[in-house]
Design a protein around this ligand. Structure first.
Ligand code: 5RP
Length: 226
């Protein structure tokens, strides 16, 4: 099966966990897009009463177009379940997210959720994190200085460019993303602590000890790990 087919498989499988009346965190990315489409179908055909808490403008637009009620994280008293994609998941279920530049809202929504589920095709499952560049969201003012400090630490930073390549990418919160090319992250906890103490860093894409269930798309079917 192609990667997109595996993403569709897990996206469609994951909505089985969504029950009538739930408040659901809706992640961001191409895998989540399949999940939101499937949820939209269930809302339409089964008349499910779902409140969605979205993690990006893109997901909010998709969900609204499908008739899913959307609220801000600040307007709900709890989130039952968040379903999101991931860029890498290690053997011990730590993750890198932010390939779609939505890591800040994704982490806020995940942190405020009773349960978190990640849906991925099998290529995202790795032994150790780090082959995927680690995204760090930074305030534009002073970002060159943060970049230089990352360089000195040997983190091999690059500013993420916009889709047309002509400017720096701006996140939904109008910040920049610096991607760190670390190759192998052996101690994610220490790295996370180091990154978050840097003035100007808003958030980083290490999602540690946050996930309850992972659905992995494999050619012989979805594998549920929890
Ligand atoms: C966005 C994310 C995505 O969940 C992650 O990049 C996976 O995306 P895709 O499902 O398109 O492979 O973290 O910030």
């Amino acid at each position: 099966m192609k990667q997109d087919e595996l993403k569709k498989l897990v996206g469609e499988k994951s909505v089985e966990w969504i029950k009538d009346g739930m408040t659901v965190g809706l992640g961001t990315g191409s895998t989540v897009k399949f999940m939101v489409d499937a949820l939209g179908r269930r809302v339409k055909t089964e008349g499910l009463n779902i409140t969605g808490v979205t993690t990006s403008k893109a997901t909010a637009k998709q969900a609204e177009d499908l008739g899913i009620t959307i609220k801000s994280v600040d307007a709900v008293d709890h989130i039952d379940l968040t379903i999101d994609g991931a860029d890498e998941i290690s053997d011990d279920f730590q993750g890198i997210k932010g390939g779609g530049a939505a890591l800040l809202f994704e982490k806020i929504v995940a942190t405020n959720s009773d349960k978190v589920m990640w849906i991925v095709d099998e290529s995202k499952m790795v032994k150790n994190l780090g082959a995927f560049p680690l995204p760090v969201e930074v305030i534009p003012y002073g970002s060159q200085k943060v970049f230089e400090r990352f360089e000195k630490k040997g983190y091999q930073p690059t500013f993420r460019k916009s889709a047309d390549g002509n400017s720096l990418l701006l996140t939904d919160s109008e910040n920049y993303i610096i991607d760190l090319h670390l190759h192998d992250i052996l101690d994610p906890e220490t790295l996370a602590a180091d990154l978050i103490k840097e003035v100007g860093v808003v958030e980083h894409g290490l999602f540690l000890n946050m996930v309850n269930t992972v659905i992995v798309g494999r050619s012989d079917g979805p594998e549920v790990l929890d």
